[in-house]
Design a protein around this ligand. Structure first.
Ligand code: SF4
Length: 50
């Protein structure tokens, strides 16, 4: 299931969202300059890795 959808449902039901970065294709070296990586739970640049 899409991790963004999972987080939306978790927020809806009061749960803690999961980090997006481990499944994001930009989660390596300098591909992403977000200083909060790898703990980001909301991100406009997120793209699924696989
Ligand atoms: S683009 Fe967003 S989700 Fe992807 S690695 Fe960077 S901070 Fe994480």
């Amino acid at each position: 299931m899409n991790v963004k959808l999972v987080n939306m449902l978790r927020r809806l039901f009061g749960g803690k969202p999961v980090p997006l970065c481990p499944t994001c294709k930009y989660d390596w070296r300098s591909a992403c300059d977000n200083l909060d990586r790898p703990h980001v739970t909301k991100c406009d640049q997120y793209e699924k890795r696989f």
